[in-house]
Ligand binder design. Sequence first.
Ligand SMILES: Nc1nc2c(ncn2[C@@H]2O[C@H](COP(=O)(O)OP(=O)(O)OP(=O)(O)O)[C@@H](O)[C@H]2O)c(=O)[nH]1
Ligand SMILES: [Mg+2]
Length: 453
Amino acid sequence: MFESLSTRLQDVFKSLRGQGRLTPENIEAALREIRLALLEADVNFKVVKAFIDRVRDRAMEQDVLQSLSPSQQVVRIVRDEMLALFGDAQGGLADTTKRPRVILLLGLQGAGKTTTAGKLAKWLAKQGRHPLLVSTDVKRPAAIQQLNLVAEKADVRVHDPAGQLDPVARAKGALLEATNKGFDVVIVDSAGRLHIDDELMTELAAIKAVTDPSDLLYVADAMTGQDAIKSAGEFNRRVGVTGVVLTKLDGDARGGAALSVVSVVGVPIAFAGSGERLEDLEPFHPERVVSRVLGMGDMLSLIERAEAAIDQDGAARLEEKIRSNEFTLEDFRDQLKTIRKMGPIEQIIGMIPGMSSVKGLAENKPDEKQISRVEAIIGSMTAEERRKQHIINGSRRKRIAKGSGTSVEEVNRLLKQFVQMQKMLKSLGGMAGMAGGGKKARRQAMQMLRDRH
Ligand SMILES: Nc1nc2c(ncn2[C@@H]2O[C@H](COP(=O)(O)OP(=O)(O)OP(=O)(O)O)[C@@H](O)[C@H]2O)c(=O)[nH]1
Ligand SMILES: [Mg+2]
């Protein structure tokens, strides 16, 4: 996410650090670079100007210039001001007592409304809510069918009376069904257009009038930058918008949309979508995005994902095994599964502080394919071999290579790495408590990270 912006800003900070003392001149030079980086990331020019002015005002203050670590102070100011670009909202949905709560998704064609409808439904269901989906997109053939498929994947219900092709009547019908059957959220998916058009605006206003939504979420494709923002303003004026969902943050979005939308449109970012899978939606956390852009990593997201993927009992058992030196290839395979559950490897690596700037990592990072091969190799072993890897002799290695469609070299490499890992785990025995163990340790780690940021 926002890689080129991130790299450029980190370069600026690095050069600041390299200069023993900060002077108004080298701060000015750094500001010029930051300004260019933001403009190139397609941040709205007025937002950039105000941003740079604020950073300059604060950075030039005497106590900053004379402090012990002026360059760090500047990084801190940039970080604060970048956070301020997102307002105070903390992402997610505001509380409401309204039942059913209606969420209307709106936005341009292809922005990700229908996908987001499914993701949101899944997210809500996970929190014990009972969402009902309805498509009001009667314009594009197969749009209704697309939402039905998404709902099926998310394992949630849709309101789809056969033959009903009036958008307003469909939305109203969904509200009625929700009230009668006890659904507490109705998510209304709407039609998209290539450009703002009056017909759509009228239709959305009519849907809004009959459903009285608590949330009007404008879905914006983060890759389209300022165009998305302009339309957001227009939707806001004509229909009303309470929050923004930024999608496709996994793509090569430059950051302009994310960094300008709150200032320009005046509504907070509620959610961030970062992939095509239904799991790829998170409440938007400005401090995490800013930390990532400034190269501080995104440990909070990482820890949350790890917590969701790791099962507590399994972790305790594993810890015990490591302590008593019984960690086997079987356990290793289970660990790989857990890592997979945390999401695509690329995403995970991007969240680790400093990883994005490690040279060569981009080319050498472990990919899904590599993990699959390791899994295949372990899968081709017998249960006994997995428990006692030392019995795996030459002929067994050949058999395993053949069975897994890999080579004897690869099998050798894996076994060697595994033995090294076993050794390392043994010597780390005491630390295993951090990785596998108590919730308390992790809570403390979380708190530490929060305090630091
Ligand atoms: N990579 C990526 N793709 C996404 C994301 N969200 C949606 N998509 C993809 O974007 C395309 C369009 O998504 P839809 O949900 O159909 O968009 P829409 O706004 O409903 O489009 P219309 O109904 O035609 O207006 C699909 O191929 C989605 O899989 C995301 O966060 N990341
Ligand atoms: Mg759609």
